[in-house]
Design a protein around this ligand. Structure first.
Ligand code: ZN
Length: 87
């Protein structure tokens, strides 16, 4: 990711609503198409309030590994699933 793309992603993240539940719900149709999700990883920022047992106040990275294990998907700020890599 070059500097322009990184700045664009940071600006998009600043505008994004914090939290992760709404993104997972928005991604539900995409996740249902995968038939089975074996692993969902939500990676919060170091300063996120969730580590003080309060609601999430960051825009975490969300990764999904389907049961087939042949791909990894990321959930963007709008709740769309994107294939990000192949294992
Ligand atoms: Zn968080």
């Amino acid at each position: 990711m070059n500097r322009h793309q990184r700045r664009k992603a940071e600006a998009r993240a600043r505008k994004a609503m914090p939290g992760y539940q709404h993104r997972l719900l928005a991604a539900a149709p995409d996740l249902a198409a995968m038939r089975a999700v074996s692993q969902c990883m939500v990676q919060h920022d170091d300063g996120c309030a969730i580590f003080q047992r309060r609601p999430c106040n960051c825009v975490p990275d969300i990764s999904i590994v389907p049961a087939t294990g042949d791909s990894v998907y990321t959930i963007d700020e709008q709740g769309n699933a994107h294939r990000s890599s192949k294992q």
